[in-house]
Design a protein around this ligand. Structure first.
Ligand code: ZN
Length: 251
């Protein structure tokens, strides 16, 4: 079965580099990636980017703390629904939204995908539903609380077009995604690994849920890479320049 993979850049975020990677200097502008997976059995998105309100009112959407930490670069036409429409894909005909985790730059566009089933790790959902944990982790329940259908990953693994890969540490329960393309295996690491340097030099972000778990996730990613998989880093601007953008598929 042929799986097609497309990448979209749904805006950028600029913030202090050292916050995202130990030893980073100055500020860094990172891409916000969204992936479309087309499988003979259906269409899925891996993450959905920012909420469209971030285009005109980031403080109102994200709150003053996050809006101060991160400057949002996000124009009309860059939201996930517009990106899909630009390549003639109907946002209403996406079957599955797979959220790697609940941070605002991964789940905000869920609101634009009306008919999909949302797929998230159970523990991440529980963390998001608990007001204290959500606030501590910087989750915004408005991003994901409207889930029309929500499936726990355990239940759906067997019928999912893709294979899950738990890579915890960044948040309580986050996932990367393994895909088998004609050209070989691809791992969409999301925030288990922001940058290429994160993997090569084990330079972790400043804030994380569990340092040991994140290091173990990186070991797992490295083992997959040694086995021939291509790792797609979560927010690496240099790496991202090498990724073909839709409508060109990732071969
Ligand atoms: Zn992120």
């Amino acid at each position: 079965m042929t799986v097609k993979l497309f990448a979209f850049t749904c805006g950028t975020v600029t913030g202090e580099f050292a916050r995202l990677m130990e030893g980073g200097e100055g500020d860094i502008t990172v891409p916000i990636p969204v992936f479309l997976i087309e499988h003979p059995k259906g269409r899925a998105l891996f993450d959905t980017g920012l909420h469209p309100d971030c285009q005109h009112d980031p403080v109102g959407r994200l709150g003053p703390r996050l809006a101060e930490l991160f400057r949002i670069g996000f124009r009309p036409g860059e939201e996930v629904s517009a990106r899909l429409e630009a390549i003639d894909r109907d946002p209403g005909k996406i079957d599955l939204v797979i959220n790697s985790h609940f941070h605002f730059d991964h789940v905000g566009g869920n609101a634009l995908i009306p008919n999909a089933t949302m797929l998230v790790q159970r523990r991440e959902w529980d963390a998001g539903m608990d007001p204290d944990t959500a606030a501590r982790r910087g989750f915004n329940p408005r991003d994901f609380g409207l889930a029309i259908n929500c499936a726990w990953s355990m239940a759906i693994t067997t019928c999912s077009p893709t294979a899950r890969l738990p890579t915890h540490g960044h948040t309580p329960r986050r996932r990367s995604l393994r895909l088998r393309l004609d050209s070989g295996e691809v791992v969409l690491a999301a925030d288990a690994c922001y940058f290429c340097q994160t993997l090569r030099e084990r330079r972790l972000p400043r804030n994380m849920h569990d340092r040991e778990a994140m290091l173990a996730s990186l070991d797992r990613l490295e083992a997959l890479e040694r086995g021939g998989a291509r790792i797609f880093f979560g927010h690496d601007p240099e790496f991202w320049q090498t990724v073909p953008q839709a409508p060109v598929p990732i071969a």
